[in-house]
Design a protein around this ligand. Structure first.
Ligand code: PMP
Length: 387
């Protein structure tokens, strides 16, 4: 990893001269710009030249009778990175590539819903759940599936699909299914099961596991996700959905993500320099340290308490340091999103979108240093709601 020395010295201090109290900072989405510095420093390691004649065919792999639009190079690097990190089983699993894990989520719903006349199957997830799930599930008013709400209070008989997001968006907690009935069909969304966010305590081994370049390496703009699927018929149906939806997935994007994943895996085997995950772990560690300090000083808000666990990949114990802070306003502030918007010029996403109450907001921890430092500066001053 050439040029890594300047990375580790990157400043996390706040520059007073840049501050403009009226400038609105937007931390509503989890745009992964925190990774920009690392990839800039890596220079041409992930640069690619793809000639026009290289992306003509719809087909990527004539030998893959299942996911024929999956680039073999991407498949190879997906298997390799999971082996290096030890966060998911890939042996005897089918890989389905998607335009982000957002497309794969829909493909999984299509594949796992009964296609008979039994009516739409309920899709549930424990609150606070990822706010896009209800919107994506219900946007086309499908006859196959419908949003069924909070898994914690789900009482209906019969089959259902439960989404298990672990670590969870918005609160970063490692999760298991909560409904726990034999008729349950599970989808595990493991977008954040990477060592910069949470200790890797075991090799995930579930029926359908969703991953994405957006949160692992920060390449959200390449729009590549992948599913590791145990059952062949499910993988076939997911592939069928992607065929119907977009015929396939951009070859150019797949090749670029393959190159990025290769750089990540190579960096992990490099004894002399910090790996991608060590760099990103350090960045998240520093940010969470500042946020916890601010919470202690102002007493105006709290963030979740996490237990420390040993990470098999990094070889040390640490507390989760999620991609989002699930922040709760104290001091009698009822509507936290409104307070932060009106009094601090910080845009966040209200707890109501996650099936929770207004005292919570989700705040991205993944923006650039300058934005993050402005955020810390603003929330370090008084939370007195009468200000
Ligand atoms: N699942 C979870 C839990 C997420 O937080 C996100 C991104 N915010 C996604 C899926 C979607 O990721 P992608 O960019 O791969 O579509």
């Amino acid at each position: 990893a050439s040029g890594s020395s300047s990375l580790s010295s990157a400043s996390c201090t706040y520059n007073e001269t840049q501050e403009d109290d009226h400038r609105i900072i937007n931390l509503k989405l989890g745009d992964p710009m925190v990774y920009e510095r690392y990839w800039q420093e890596m220079g041409h390691m992930t640069t690619m030249v793809i000639a026009g004649w290289q992306s003509l065919s719809y087909f990527s792999d004539n030998n893959n009778e299942l996911c024929w639009f999956l680039e073999p190079e991407l498949a190879k690097e997906i298997v390799r990175v999971h082996k290096v990190v030890g966060n998911a089983v890939t042996q005897d699993r089918y890989i389905v590539v998607g335009t982000g894990s957002t497309q794969l989520y829909q493909a999984a719903l299509y594949a796992l819903s009964p296609h008979d006349d039994s009516g739409p199957i309920n899709v549930v997830s424990a609150a606070p759940y990822y706010c896009s799930y209800p919107l994506i599930t219900d946007c086309l008013k499908s006859g196959l599936y419908r949003w069924g709400g909070d898994a914690k209070t789900y009482k209906e008989e019969g089959q259902y699909i439960e989404l298990v997001t672990s670590p969870n968006n918005p609160d970063g907690i490692l999760r298991e299914s909560v409904v726990n009935r034999s008729e349950g069909i599970l989808i595990h969304d493991l977008a954040y099961y990477w060592p910069q966010y949470t200790p890797i305590t075991s090799i995930a081994d579930h029926d359908v596991m969703l991953f994405t370049a957006s949160k692992s390496t920060g390449h959200a703009g390449m729009r590549i996700g992948w599913a590791l699927v145990k059952d062949k018929e499910t993988a076939k149906k997911m592939t069928e959905y992607i065929e119907l939806n977009t015929i396939g997935v951009s070859k150019v994007s797949q090749l670029r993500v393959a190159k990025v994943l290769k750089a990540v895996s190579d960096s992990c085997g490099n004894e002399t320099a910090k790996s991608f995950f060590e760099h990103s772990y350090d960045a998240m560690f520093e940010r969470w340290k500042l946020l916890k300090q601010a919470s202690k000083t102002t007493k105006g808000f709290t963030v979740p308490d996490f237990a420390s666990q040993r990470c098999n990949f990094l070889g040390k114990a640490f507390e989760p340091q999620p991609a989002f802070a699930w922040l709760k306003c104290e001091e009698g502030i009822v509507d936290c999103e409104k307070f932060l918007r009106e009094k601090k010029n910080i845009l966040t996403k209200s707890g109501k979108y996650f099936g929770d109450d207004l005292s919570y907001v989700r705040v991205s921890m993944l923006d650039r240093d300058s934005i993050f430092n402005t955020f810390i500066h603003r929330i370090s001053s008084s939370f007195n709601s009468t200000l």
